[in-house]
Design a protein around this ligand. Sequence first.
Ligand SMILES: Nc1nc2c(c(=O)[nH]1)N[C@H]1C(S)=C(S)[C@@H](COP(=O)(O)OP(=O)(O)OC[C@H]3O[C@@H](n4cnc5c(N)ncnc54)[C@H](O)[C@@H]3O)O[C@H]1N2
Ligand code: MOO
Length: 405
Amino acid sequence: MRQNLTVEEALEVILEQAQPLSETEELPLAQAYGRILAQDLASKVNHPDQDDTSLDGYAARAEDTLGATPENPVRLKVIGQAPAGQPFPGEVGPGEAVWIFTGAPIPKGANAILRVEDTRREGDTVLFFKPANPGDIRRRGDDFRVGEVLLKKGDLLTPGRVGICAAMGYPRVSVFARPRVGVLTTGDEVVEPGEPLPYGGVYNANNYSIAALVSEAGGEPILMGKIPDQPERLREKLEGVGKLDLLLTTGGVSMGEYDIVRQLLEREGRIHFWKVRLQPGGPLLFAEWGGLPILGLPGNPVSSMVTFFLFGRPYLFRALSRTDAPYSVLEATAATPFSPNPSKVAYRRAVLTSGPGGLQVHTTGNQSSGVLRSMAVGNALVVLEAGIGAEVGQKVRVIPLGFAL
Ligand SMILES: Nc1nc2c(c(=O)[nH]1)N[C@H]1C(S)=C(S)[C@@H](COP(=O)(O)OP(=O)(O)OC[C@H]3O[C@@H](n4cnc5c(N)ncnc54)[C@H](O)[C@@H]3O)O[C@H]1N2
Ligand code: MOO
């Protein structure tokens, strides 16, 4: 069993084990937001599919309107109109114009547009106070062309991408099935919210925070409840898990007599590594049991969330073949001091804001691993190398946690 890995080494081991999953499903576009594309998508059409107008106004022949000014307008005969969806059937000849609306195809013969604000209608004629502008025509395929591959397998379907799927002509898309991720809590003291809290008890926060993080990363959380600190109860759960792509446990991975996850997996599974040189989350464990990958998250509520974010989330991104990075690292100015851990990389919970001076970050306060409040008020992690803190005004590396507060 490898022990005391660096964050980079641990991530490497985790990504080695994370095989891209192949199961896909086809969804109506309205249900595809937030899912991961399982196919490259080439456009079925040009967008726009014809030359059309980007303004409400009049379509005419540019050469007829050269030199038009407010003092010396050009008068043209209006021969019809072209609302969007009802193309003008005729042809614009010399001295003629068609009243046209944004998105309507340019009538035959016309090659320029003048917006309605620069015209005045007088009966069946119109005065142009400026020359018509060819630049106000949106050209066929300006945005994208038929056959162009705009989205790739592994792309997250953001709102803009859902829109472009529709614009390309796809009513349905193939997406990767959500990886099934079991979430199992261990601990005699852990009690479900809603039940009376006995002396020495604590409500089960981890089940819910971790399930939420799994959903956010594109997985399907399967809540497996809680087991007491008895190895045989863990074995029972493992034997009955059904089809899972990953199991997350919380608690039971430290040094205690009752740290059953580590003990059972040491005896009956295979531990890829135990302990990573970071805080919070030092006792993180990665193992497998009968082919099932298991990420043993430390029980402290902050530690389990931070380690899932740093290691579980990249695992799921790889399993989903996602093309986006599991997280980004930015630079911000420290608005409060941040203290380091003497021997490990520290991930301090912080609030990232943007102001006139650029990105700023301040601590959420008490950084103890049991202070879940820090994850409720914080939206970022400040990364500090071992022994190197930050003073006010210094630049620090920051990982946004992905939700705006
Ligand atoms: N002698 C040592 N003791 C500890 C060490 C160590 O190196 N030597 N490491 C500490 C660190 S760091 C962490 S993190 C914890 C991790 O321990 P476990 O993963 O075994 O977690 P537990 O002991 O079961 O619980 C820790 C803490 O978190 C609370 N908890 C657990 N589950 C939940 C839950 N579902 N919801 C809310 N809170 C939960 C639990 O009550 C404990 O307070 O070990 C240190 N000890
Ligand atoms: O590393 Mo533990 O997660 O500090 O509390």
